[in-house]
Design a protein around this ligand. Structure first.
Ligand SMILES: Nc1nc2c(ncn2[C@@H]2O[C@H](COP(=O)(O)OP(=O)(O)OP(=O)(O)O)[C@@H](O)[C@H]2O)c(=O)[nH]1
Ligand SMILES: [Mg+2]
Length: 211
């Protein structure tokens, strides 16, 4: 089967830099898609799966590992960003507040951000952090792709019902929004995620070869 055009681009992902503050981010140009979610939601695992690179974004069994904004280049004009996952109780409150400030700053100011992937553990969806991101998306009109991660941890019926529940709760969200099941382990939901990235990163589908 041919590679999805977004999959092909994402395969080229390479670590660019980590930034602690907006000032340290790469120039605000081109197109950027960010991955956000509570600590341990599976952001780094999703990035690794979607880019087909096992250890591009660091994954950890210890929540709170990603503490910086991590930028990955796809090509000269396109990037992915792994955002700090807050909600990690063991981190000092002052440090947590600081991350939050930097994240808020990034979200408020980043012009090249075209879409946000919000990851939630399917077993614990719509927590406080997620509500904040939803409110921000509602205010700013930022399109969202919600991935209900670790879907492999639930039986098919339970996963489906979680998907329906979240979809129903968010049916009146004022910005563009999609909700999908996702598993970094099985690859479930990758095709749909690539479809969304192709749109946000304006990846033109190549014309099929003439017969
Ligand atoms: N079964 C299963 N486990 C997963 C999946 N995605 C992530 N995990 C596990 O969940 C834990 C956290 O995953 P990460 O990808 O590091 O989560 P994160 O959101 O990047 O975490 P922080 O960087 O701490 O914010 C790791 O032990 C992963 O192996 C999945 O789809 N299925
Ligand atoms: Mg991470």
């Amino acid at each position: 089967m041919p590679l999805h055009p977004a999959q092909r681009l994402l395969h080229q992902a390479a670590f660019l830099k980590s930034a602690q503050t907006v000032e340290q981010c790469p120039p605000d140009e081109g197109l950027e898609v960010a991955f956000a979610g509570r600590s341990n939601a599976g952001k780094s695992s999703a990035i690794n799966r979607l880019t087909g690179q096992r250890s591009l974004a660091r994954t950890s069994k210890t929540p709170g590992r990603t503490q910086l904004l991590n930028f990955f280049t796809l090509d000269e004009q396109r990037r992915l960003v792994d955002l700090p996952g807050y909600g990690y109780a063991k981190v000092d409150k002052a440090v947590r507040m600081q991350w939050q400030e930097h994240l808020d700053d990034y979200l408020a100011r980043r012009e090249c951000l075209t879409g946000l992937v919000l990851l939630m553990d399917i077993r614990h969806p719509l927590r406080e952090f997620d509500q904040l991101m939803l409110e921000w998306s509602a205010r700013s009109g930022m399109p969202l792709l919600i991935l209900l991660t670790k879907a492999d941890k639930l039986k098919f019926g339970a996963a489906k019902s979680a998907l329906m529940q979240v979809t129903k709760t968010l049916k009146d969200h004022p910005a563009p929004l999609r909700v999908q099941l996702f598993s970094a382990t099985s690859g479930q939901g990758c095709e749909q995620a690539w479809d969304q990235m192709a749109e946000w990163l304006r990846i033109e589908d190549e014309a099929p070869p003439a017969i």
